[in-house]
Design a protein around this ligand. Structure first.
Ligand SMILES: [Zn+2]
Ligand SMILES: [Zn+2]
Length: 447
């Protein structure tokens, strides 16, 4: 198989983590343990206090993780790293540093860059840069259509051979059903998943937030939920007809969850993702007209939010994805109507969902960890697991400690986080990705 994840060379970790509460819902481990990492792989998992660092080289470190949790490190299947072309917002180095700080060991970057990743040469040069700069293994989606224009298919088979994990026109929908059908037929040869940003431009119009009571009060043009849900229903029907594999990005409303559930129940091979902001915020936040709350799809109603949470709980929605979308300060410091859409999220995904949904008892912790690690598998990537002989992909988190978002700045180059100023529980202490320590709280690691 072609290599699909790329990162800079890093030295394999030798590490003894003692007395951590180790939790991996897939292997069933849930309790106090020691974890021994040798040469970047998990060599032993033993009872708390049972393991010694004796078998490790003298340079190895021991980390007392008493009171802290160790999970398989997280996977984010939807991030915008803005390279090539918009490095003033983010680049591969800063974006993957934000991922490491958020506890992630894999991220998948979107192709709506400048130029768009619609040609093998663009993808190849990005892969080269990732091999020099990416702190965590990074995969790339290529575009479905040339220039995201919706009129000509990208060379999908060649892009897949060159390392693309799948295809998306994210930022834009594939408006033409005929074009989408053609893409699904080519996908049979090319492999990879077709991922869709679902939106009917004729329904979204010039909308800048959810169409509802709040937009009416503010006198701001709205984007109705049917702009998304009618496209989820249409495209699920096409996926079923073509027996194609399709993934829906950032679902935001109850009707979309219902459509996904219906079509999955009727044999369509469709999956979905939810963002921390759609899981925890509503259009009430937009009353402030703070442009950090402007994103696409927009924050919707409490009823929609609850449906997204229930979809995630039941498994209709398989995974959490941040849709990390950095923008420069000068771009976001605009009147609400003119500001670009998007919020950063890599550094707050875990803490936001943990604080808002797990701590209050809405979602079990193990389920959240499962959904935070499931996104790569939808694109055929290996799932990080805490088990002997596995590559070490571990995040160590202090669930008792809290932090104020943005208080110490961000590892991301941008600061347009919708959770800015909020206090959340769940501080990432250490991230091990692909066998190497890539983040340690309070320490600068080869930036
Ligand atoms: Zn999108
Ligand atoms: Zn996106």
């Amino acid at each position: 198989m072609t290599q699909k994840l790329f990162h800079r060379p890093a030295s394999a970790a030798d590490l003894l983590i003692t007395n951590a509460h180790v939790l991996d819902p897939r292997t069933g481990i849930d309790g106090a343990h020691d974890v021994l990492v040798r040469g970047g792989r998990i060599a032993e998992i033993g009872a708390a206090g049972a393991l010694s660092a004796g078998s490790l080289p003298p340079t190895a470190r021991t980390i007392d993780a008493t009171g802290k949790h160790a999970f398989p490190a997280f996977v984010d299947p939807h991030v915008h790293l803005r390279s090539p072309g918009q490095e003033y917002k983010e680049n591969l180095e800063t974006g993957t540093a934000a991922a490491a700080a958020g506890g992630f060991c894999q991220v998948i970057a979107m192709p709506n860059t400048a130029p768009v990743i619609d040609a093998v040469t663009v993808l190849r040069s990005l892969i080269t840069v990732a091999g020099q700069q990416a702190h965590v293994p990074t995969g790339f989606l290529a575009s479905i259509t040339v220039g995201l224009q919706g009129s000509d298919l990208s060379p999908m088979a060649a892009l897949s051979d060159a390392g693309a994990l799948g295809f998306t026109d994210d930022g834009k929908p594939v408006t033409s059903a005929g074009m989408l059908r053609k893409a699904l037929q080519y996908q049979r040869l090319a492999g990879g998943v077709i991922a869709l940003h679902e939106e009917d431009p004729a329904l979204s119009g010039a909308g800048v937030m959810h169409e509802g009571a709040v937009s009416a009060r503010l006198g701001v043009t709205g984007i109705p939920s049917i702009s998304e849900s009618t496209m989820v229903a249409r495209d699920s029907a096409i996926a079923k007809y073509e027996d194609a594999r399709m993934h829906f990005q950032h679902l935001s409303c109850i009707e979309s969850v219902q459509a996904l559930e219906y079509w999955r129940g009727h044999g369509a091979r469709v999956s979905g993702e939810a963002t921390p902001h759609h899981l925890t915020l509503t259009d009430e936040a937009v009353r402030s007209l703070d442009t950090r709350f402007k994103m696409n799809p927009p924050l919707r109603t409490e009823c929609d939010r609850r449906a997204i949470v229930e979809g995630l709980r039941s498994g209709v929605i398989e995974c959490i994805a941040s849709d990390h979308a950095p923008h420069a300060r000068f771009e976001k410091e605009m009147p609400f109507e003119q500001a670009p859409m998007g919020t950063t999220g890599l550094e707050t995904s875990f803490a936001a969902v943990y604080s808002e949904l797990v701590k209050p008892g809405v979602l079990p912790l193990g389920l959240m960890v499962e959904r935070m690690t499931a996104g790569g598998a939808l694109y055929g990537l290996p799932i990080p697991k805490l088990e002997v002989d596995a590559e070490a992909n571990i995040v160590l988190i202090d669930l008792e400690a809290s932090f104020k978002v943005g208080e110490h700045g961000y590892a991301s180059r941008s600061e347009n986080c919708c959770f800015h100023g909020r206090t959340f529980a769940g501080v990432v202490e250490l991230t091990v990705a692909a066998g190497a320590v890539v983040y340690e709280n309070g320490k600068e690691l080869n930036r």
